[in-house]
Design a protein around this ligand. Structure first.
Ligand SMILES: O=P(O)(O)OC[C@H]1O[C@H](OP(=O)(O)OP(=O)(O)O)[C@H](O)[C@@H]1O
Ligand SMILES: O=C(O)c1cc(=O)[nH]c(=O)[nH]1
Ligand SMILES: [Mg+2]
Length: 194
């Protein structure tokens, strides 16, 4: 499955949105991938995550477990882990910091793939990887459905993306006038608890 195939899944799901969005990182963008509309369709989700699992194995070989950052990473993490035939876990924010909870644990040195839905700056991925390392896991790779950084995001381990896009994102004080003129939506969850 190549980038165009993946973007067609997003288009068909009505998940490739245009407007004015504030992203998890605080950057503003004219494009938002509303991945929930993709993952709500089990067959669509399976097509994407099966392809991602195959790409992970082809790139780094077998892994022991997949761990994702809540909330967006949970469904693709579960589905990708299913095709990797490994257990699926997730980290969630406690006072803003990702933690492994709910009885999830990793054995020291287990080979972990961190599975994310979308990578923009890579901040959420880096935070998730840090939490996995603290829990004792050896993160050998990160994987995502879409890397929208054009391949520039550095998550500290190899990033295996099913699709790569290069979408503009701007600091709040440097918006192009046509973007600033549009009402802003904040669809993510990072700022929900503040
Ligand atoms: O690479 P980054 O700049 O970190 O951006 C990508 C992250 O943003 C979204 O999560 P968000 O924090 O909006 O929360 P959600 O997972 O609950 O949707 C998305 O699920 C990624 O985790
Ligand atoms: O950077 C983000 O927060 C982000 C971008 C995007 O396109 N989709 C998403 O769910 N989050
Ligand atoms: Mg997320």
């Amino acid at each position: 499955m190549n980038t165009e195939d993946v973007l067609n899944e997003f288009r068909d799901a009505g998940a490739l949105r245009e407007g004015h969005f504030v992203l998890s990182s605080g950057l503003h963008s004219p494009v938002f991938l509303q991945k929930n509309l993709v993952f709500m369709d089990g067959e669509r989700c399976e097509r994407l995550c099966k392809a991602l699992a195959e790409k992970v194995v082809a790139t780094v070989g077998p892994v022991d477990a997949a761990i994702s950052p809540a909330v967006g990473g949970i469904i693709p993490g579960y589905e990708t882990a299913k095709h990797l035939k490994v257990r699926s876990m997730y980290v969630e924010r406690v006072d803003g910091e990702f933690k492994l909870r709910r009885g999830f644990s990793v054995e020291p040195g287990e080979k972990i793939v961190m599975v994310e839905d979308i990578v923009t700056t890579g901040l959420s991925s880096r935070e998730c990887i840090e939490a996995i390392k603290k829990a004792g896991g050896d993160v050998i790779a990160a994987a995502c459905i879409v890397d929208r950084s054009g391949g520039r995001a550095d998550v500290g381990v190899p990033l295996i993306a099913l699709a790569t896009m290069d979408v503009p994102a701007y600091p709040a004080d440097a918006l192009p006038p046509e973007l600033a003129a549009l009402p802003v939506e904040d669809p993510g969850s990072r700022r929900l608890s503040k």
